[in-house]
Every structure is written in structure tokens, then in C-alpha cells.
Design a protein around this ligand. Structure first.
Ligand SMILES: [Zn+2]
Length: 369
């Protein structure tokens, strides 16, 4: 069976590395289109513009409409073509990054990605998740290339709201559990092959790093410090998880996490928070999981402040009919739940959702006592 792995060209992480953006952009060309929102510009704008200027790269700001839509990516691609720019620079959260990647592909330009939050594992991937104008997820595209350069400035990441950092941990903590499903079942991943040993090892290191340093890193980011624990966890949530999911594969945790946005009551919750409850559900559906590992994982998520119950993702009042309809949607054709090496039905998903919620409540009670 064919194996494959998708990798970015270069990943750079550390305090103040955003100041090096000009030197990397200069290796790609003379003109860069900059995609950023107001927050990212306020956090990093001066440093980015100064660095580009010092390297002799012309920067053109495209603005950003706020959603990762096809229309917005095409608009930025047109700005890129009109300027005959060589590179698109995406600076901000997941939606800015995903839109910048698409615009660069459309305009046949190179990509530099600078995440200003560690809330998800979009920065290293070759994929764009699409939303409609109202903010509902409508699908994704997988591109032919990963970003050329990814600069992760931990000084900036540590200044971002703590909830973004914890959400990144929720997204990344599921990575190894999901990749291991694809490894066992020999499933195709976004790479176009089954998982390599490398992707699985990266996913496992992601899990181990977050399990060991995650709670310390959360404490450190609460007081806005970029410590060694924060550096390790950012590498795990951005680089290891990014490659781990894309070339390692997904399973129930993301089937639930990507499905929950269809329930309006969950709109206040982040992707990583939804994946956290998705992982709780995966641990309930997979009988090969060691009970001690299930217990340890649920306790870690709860201690990290991530959702482990219905109430914590806004679906405690959903009722049986809507919950069964959601379970049927999650168990639909093409769902990641079918990556498990056993059959998963709508009834299985429904029961696992209830079991996850009950287990989460039990774990939270134990933590308090
Ligand atoms: Zn995710």
C-alpha cells in the first residue's frame, strides 16, 4: 500500500521570529500581498512592514472580510494578480490563514503563513476550510502545496487570549487518537496515501508533549509568558498536530467536531472545544481504548478547561430527536467515523454521545472531590 506525507517547506518558531519575515519573503520575490484583520495588524503590523521594507520587499495590504469564503479568496487573488505579487502573506487566525492559502494558489503565488493565535492546526496544512457569508462551514479544498514558510512568533502567541491557546490544545490532543485509527485500519489520508511512520510518530509526540506540558503551558499563557513549556506546546499544537492530522488521518473526534457547527446552539464554541467533546465521544465508541487511558484523557481535558459534557458545548437541552438526527448526520456516508476498523452506525454514535456526556460529568465530579 502506498504511503505519503505532506510537509511544509520550512517551519520557524521562537520569540521575535516575525521580524525575520522580510528575509524569507525576499527569497520568494519582490512584492507581497498581506492578508490580515484588524487584530493581527495591531499585534504585528509595524514589525512586519519594517521587516519587509528592510529586505526590499514591497508590501500591499489586501484587507480581510472576516470569513473564509470563495469570494474573499478570489478577491485577494485578484489583488495579487493586479500587483503581479510573488507571495501572499497570511497573518492572523485560522480563517485568514486558510483564505490566504487559497488566494495564493489561485494567483499562482508563494505562501508565507504567520499565525497570531495557536487555536488550531491550520498553519502548516495544504488545506482551506470554507465557510459561507453567515459563518457556516460548507466544505474544504486540499491544495497541491503546503505553505512555503510558517513563522510562529511565541511572544505574539503568548499575548493572545487564553481561550485560543486552550482551544489549540483541544484540537491537537485528539490528533494521535485519530491518526492511530487510520494507522490500524490502513486508511487513506489527505496526503493521498496511508499514514507514514513519520506522521504517526509526530502525532504521538504531539500527544505526549501536550500531556506532559499542556497544563503548565496554560498556566504560563494565563500570565502571558512564553516559557519553555509554551514553546513545546506551541510546536505540538501547530507543527506536530498539523502534520499529524493531515498525513495521519481523522476519526470520530473530528467527525463530531466538524459536525457540531450544524447545531446553532454550539456557535459560541471554538473548533478545538468541539473537537475536545468529539474526542470524549471517540473514546466512548472505540472499545480498543484502555479504560485507564480514557480516564486520564478525560481528566486532562477537564483540567485544561476543555468541554467534556453536553452542557459545556451548549447541547444539554437538545432533546432525543435532535440528538438522534445529529448522530445520523455524523454516521452518514463519507464521515470520518468510518475510518475506524469496525462498523459505526447512527445508534452507535448516539449511544457514544450519551456515554461521553455521562463520563464527562463523572470525571468532573471526581476532580472537584
Ligand atoms: Zn481540527
Amino acid at each position: 500500500m502506498k504511503k505519503a506525507i505532506l510537509l511544509p517547506r520550512k517551519y520557524i518558531q521562537g520569540r521575535g521570529v516575525i521580524g525575520e519575515v522580510g528575509q524569507y519573503a525576499a527569497t520568494l520575490g519582490k512584492t507581497a500581498v498581506i492578508v490580515w484583520g484588524e487584530h493581527a495588524k495591531a499585534a504585528a503590523g509595524a514589525q512586519v512592514l519594517a521587516s519587509l521594507e528592510a529586505a526590499g520587499v514591497k508590501g500591499i495590504e489586501s484587507g480581510f472580510g472576516g470569513e473564509s469564503t470563495h469570494a474573499e479568496a478570489e478577491r485577494i487573488a485578484q489583488v495579487t494578480r493586479d500587483a503581479t505579487a510573488d507571495v501572499v502573506l497570511g497573518i492572523g487566525g485560522g480563517k485568514v490563514i486558510d483564505t490566504a492559502k487559497a488566494a495564493a494558489i489561485y494567483a499562482d503565488a508563494a505562501q508565507i503563513i504567520i499565525p497570531t493565535v495557536a487555536s488550531n492546526d491550520a498553519p502548516t496544512s495544504a488545506c482551506t476550510v470554507w465557510y459561507d457569508e453567515a459563518g457556516a462551514m460548507i466544505g474544504f479544498d486540499l491544495w497541491s502545496a503546503n505553505p512555503d514558510y510558517i513563522l510562529v512568533d511565541t511572544d505574539i502567541i503568548a499575548q493572545a487570549p487564553i481561550r485560543t491557546f486552550i482551544s489549540g490544545i483541544g484540537d491537537a490532543f485528539a490528533t494521535w487518537f485519530e491518526a492511530d485509527v487510520s494507522r490500524v485500519a490502513h486508511r487513506m489520508t489527505c496526503s493521498g496515501g496511508i499514514p507514514t511512520m513519520t506522521a504517526i510518530a509526530m502525532a504521538r509526540l504531539c500527544y505526549e508533549t501536550i500531556r506532559e506540558y499542556g497544563l503548565q503551558a496554560i498556566a504560563d499563557v494565563r500570565v502571558k509568558t512564553a516559557t519553555a513549556a509554551v514553546e513545546k506546546v506551541v510546536e505540538a499544537t501547530t507543527l506536530l498536530s498539523g502534520i499529524g492530522w493531515e498525513s495521519g488521518g481523522l476519526a470520530t473526534a473530528h467527525a463530531i467536531g466538524n459536525g457540531l457547527p450544524s447545531i446553532p446552539e454550539t456557535h459560541a464554541y471554538t473548533h478545538g472545544e468541539k473537537v475536545s467533546f468529539g474526542l470524549m465521544t471517540q473514546l466512548a465508541i472505540d472499545d480498543s481504548i484502555d479504560p485507564d487511558l480514557r480516564q486520564d484523557t478525560a481528566a486532562f481535558l477537564a483540567e485544561a478547561g476543555l468541554p467534556v459534557t453536553f452542557a459545556e458545548i451548549g447541547i444539554d437541552g437538545l432533546g432525543e430527536d435532535r440528538l438522534r438526527a445529529f448522530a445520523a448526520q455524523v454516521a452518514g456516508e463519507g464521515s470520518f467515523v468510518h475510518n475506524h476498523p469496525f462498523e459505526v452506525t447512527a445508534a452507535d454514535v448516539y449511544d457514544a454521545l450519551l456515554s461521553a456526556d455521562a463520563y464527562g460529568k463523572q470525571i468532573k465530579t471526581e476532580l472537584v472531590s
